[in-house]
Design a protein around this ligand. Structure first.
Ligand SMILES: [Zn+2]
Length: 283
């Protein structure tokens, strides 16, 4: 099979997995991959990603002009083009609306706490790109701010975006973000998160090389200027000399009736139901 033929099949497979895992509903989401230095293979507009066939894909140039295909390319083509423009190393882009990660994007809570070693090694931190109207040129602008330093990000009140050195690596990053969001949700329902200390975060990032993972950017020494495009990753890691884990989230009152204003009272039964539902959603 030609490279183009196998890439068409791979996009179909990634779309099927995204739909099967509930990362997209109806016609949501889009997928693209570089065919060669001047052309992209892209999912078409208005089709369910769970039921695509290889012949449905569009070929566009790097300005988004359709070169081949019976259908029109994705309505989020502009966002994909911006990623390829900013990141010559990126070979594939995946966009979906995985519900737990998108919940964080709706709540305005970035996934920047260092709590899982694997996530720190593969993605580092996952920021939220500011809200922009889908399918307009505002969305690529919002993505531009973070894409040079991140392989995955949430899109405020919308979904998530991941990129990779090949199609499956971009897709697996989407899985990692949703899995991370589920675990973060359960930990937050349980009331506390042990944060990995900064020293250990840096050691994990250095290990990327030995796993063959290319880091898009190092961790920021100082919080970057909010107006500038990100050139490093913000990780909310506490400083620690030899200490790997801290027992509580900084700035948050300890579990218990320490702060009446922040306290939410639940009966044991209500709490059990919440935990049970969260665990169910992990399956
Ligand atoms: Zn979308």
């Amino acid at each position: 099979m030609t490279t183009e033929g196998s890439l068409r099949g791979d996009i179909v497979e990634v779309g099927r997995r995204m739909y099967a895992r509930g990362y997209t509903a109806s016609n949501d989401g889009n997928i693209s991959v570089r065919l060669d230095p001047d052309r992209l293979l892209m999912t078409p507009k208005s089709v369910c990603k769970g039921f695509m066939t290889p012949d449905m894909m569009c070929i566009t140039d790097l300005d988004g002009r359709k070169l081949q295909g019976d259908r029109d390319p994705s309505s989020e083509t502009l966002m994909h083009l911006e990623v390829y423009r900013q990141r010559p190393d990126v070979q594939a882009v995946v966009h979906a609306h995985p519900p737990v990660a998108t919940g964080f994007a709706v709540a305005g809570i970035p996934l920047t706490r260092p709590v899982l070693a694997e996530v720190l090694t593969t993605l580092g931190s996952i920021p939220i790109a500011e809200y922009a109207t889908p399918s307009t040129s505002e969305l690529p602008q919002a993505v531009r701010k973070y894409i040079k330093a991140h392989d995955g990000m949430l899109l405020a009140n919308h979904g998530a975006l991941t990129v990779g050195g090949d199609l499956f690596s971009a897709y697996y990053k989407m899985e990692t973000i949703e899995h991370f969001a589920k675990i973060s949700l359960v930990a937050r329902l349980l009331g506390r998160e042990n944060l990995i200390a900064r020293e250990e975060v840096e050691r994990l990032q250095q290990l990327r090389g030995s796993y063959g993972i290319k880091a898009p950017a190092p961790i920021c020494d100082d919080p970057p200027d909010a107006l500038e495009d990100a050139t490093c990753q913000v990780v909310d890691a506490p400083a620690g000399q030899g200490l790997r884990l801290v027992p509580d989230v900084p700035g948050r009152p300890s579990p218990g009736p320490a702060n009446d204003q922040d306290e939410i009272r639940l009966t044991y039964r209500e709490l059990s139901i919440l935990i049970e539902e969260a665990v169910k959603s992990l399956r």
